[in-house]
Design a protein around this ligand. Structure first.
Ligand SMILES: *[C@@H]1O[C@H](CO)[C@@H](O)[C@H](O)[C@H]1NC(C)=O
Ligand SMILES: *[C@@H]1O[C@H](CO)[C@@H](O)[C@H](O)[C@H]1NC(C)=O
Ligand SMILES: *[C@@H]1O[C@H](CO)[C@@H](O)[C@H](O)[C@H]1NC(C)=O
Ligand SMILES: *[C@@H]1O[C@H](CO)[C@@H](O)[C@H](O)[C@H]1NC(C)=O
Ligand SMILES: *[C@@H]1O[C@H](CO)[C@@H](O)[C@H](O)[C@H]1NC(C)=O
Ligand SMILES: *[C@@H]1O[C@H](CO)[C@@H](O)[C@H](O)[C@H]1NC(C)=O
Ligand SMILES: *[C@@H]1O[C@H](CO)[C@@H](O)[C@H](O)[C@H]1NC(C)=O
Ligand SMILES: *[C@@H]1O[C@H](CO)[C@@H](O)[C@H](O)[C@H]1NC(C)=O
Ligand SMILES: *[C@@H]1O[C@H](CO)[C@@H](O)[C@H](O)[C@H]1NC(C)=O
Length: 312
């Protein structure tokens, strides 16, 4: 077996301090100090997230870093660049890599095919199921999406085309002719892997003369629009990506996971849902995985994770 080139995201494992259910509310000013920066470049970092000093975040799992060697600076979660954070939706948009396998003959690849493992075990994040889709492009491609710690999830999609003319036209849906898509991702996934069918996509490509590279990525639903030009791409990297950024936008769901409280059916904030500190706020169960989010009561807006954060 040839050596695999694997991109591992989140190899820095964040240690989330175990805490019992029904812990006392954390110190009132925790993470809300005035000196905590709330912007990194153009990206807003609202509490429970925080930059740098872990005291600025609700828990170590919400701590980001701000890399100031870029202009403007860019926020990172471990080794993953963050694009945007939404409190209302409980989402974080990140840049995740495109994997590829590029052929220079029907049975040889230019470099080792690229694989990806995204492992968010022990973090507050899960892959958002309905907000993402798996896309693969190519004319002799079988892309696989795996998941879970024991590898018990395996799915994927296939795309073929006998010539460029038989591929879909630009902006047409990905139905397996030049590109294929899986329009949602299973729930409650903290680990995903993206790879290629070994018996086929990594060892041969009958379409290599007109479509040398196979690409696959998990991106925000609706973001990718097919272009025949993408089949002709030869570059191993910097494909599909935003200018100056590495990767495609992927939506992660976050929540205050259950070691930090529970959300009663009344939605009452307080000792059992200690993250919902603002008056005029309530808790809502997470829709993906365990845990809860906070929201401002009807008629109020703002940050429910802040003291007096919800205002009318
Ligand atoms: C910031 O990004 C640059 C360029 O990718 C990298 O070389 C550097 O190690 C990063 N700095 C930190 C503190 O992560
Ligand atoms: C970031 O999220 C906010 C709120 O959800 C939204 O208004 C804004 O357009 C987003 N920005 C980007 C660059 O996606
Ligand atoms: C919070 O309330 C707003 C307005 O009612 C709603 O749009 C939003 O989906 C709610 N957020 C959550 C996480 O339930
Ligand atoms: C690749 O194909 C060529 C020509 O068909 C053949 O000679 C060669 O043995 C093949 N190589 C491998 C590694 O299968
Ligand atoms: C394909 O690329 C590999 C790695 O660069 C190289 O060793 C091989 O000779 C190339 N094969 C062809 C047919 O160009
Ligand atoms: C994912 O990360 C967790 C925590 O570091 C580790 O225990 C687990 O083995 C990793 N899973 C895989 C499939 O690499
Ligand atoms: C990309 O980065 C270069 C160098 O940092 C900068 O000059 C250029 O304006 C950036 N382009 C965009 C579109 O941000
Ligand atoms: C949240 O889920 C728990 C456990 O499933 C349930 O008992 C509780 O009623 C739910 N809370 C809300 C606000 O739906
Ligand atoms: C999510 O998956 C984990 C194991 O990865 C499991 O322990 C947990 O019960 C699952 N939660 C839900 C709500 O399905």
């Amino acid at each position: 077996m040839p050596m695999q080139q694997v991109v591992v995201l989140l190899w820095l494992v964040l240690v989330v301090a175990p805490a019992a259910i029904a812990v006392a509310a954390p110190p009132a000013q925790k993470g809300q100090m005035l000196f905590c920066p709330r912007m990194c470049g153009n990206v807003r970092i609202p509490y429970p997230f925080g930059i740098g000093d872990k005291k600025c975040a609700w828990s170590p799992g919400f701590a980001l870093s701000c890399n100031r060697s870029f202009s403007p600076p860019r926020p990172y979660y471990s080794n993953m660049e963050v694009m945007n954070i939404s409190l209302e939706r409980g989402e974080m948009l990140v840049y995740s890599p495109v994997v590829y396998a590029c052929f220079n003959s029907s049975n040889t690849t230019e470099s080792e095919p690229l694989y990806l493992q995204l492992n968010m075990t022990g973090t507050p994040f899960l892959v958002a199921p309905e907000r993402n889709e798996l896309t693969a492009t190519g004319c002799d491609t079988m892309a696989l999406l795996g998941g879970r710690d024991d590898g018990s999830l395996l799915t994927g999609c296939i795309t073929t085309c006998a010539s460029l003319k038989e591929a879909a036209h630009d902006d047409e849906p990905c139905t397996g002719q030049g590109c294929c898509q899986m329009s949602s991702i299973p729930h409650n996934l903290s680990i995903i892997t993206m790879s290629w069918d070994k018996g086929r996509t990594t060892t041969s490509n009958v379409a290599w003369t007109y479509s040398p590279c196979n690409y696959a990525f998990v991106s925000q639903r609706g973001w990718y629009k097919f272009s025949r030009q993408d089949l002709r791409r030869r570059a191993a990297s910097k494909s599909f990506e935003f200018t100056n950024h590495t990767g495609v936008p992927t939506v992660l769901d976050w929540a205050i996971r259950t070691t930090n409280g529970i959300c009663l059916s009344s939605g009452a904030r307080g000792a059992l849902a200690p993250a919902c500190v603002s008056t005029n706020s309530y808790c809502v169960n997470a829709t993906n995985g365990d845990g809860y989010l906070c929201n401002c009561s009807k008629g109020y807006t703002g940050n429910p994770y802040h003291n007096s954060g919800c205002t009318s």
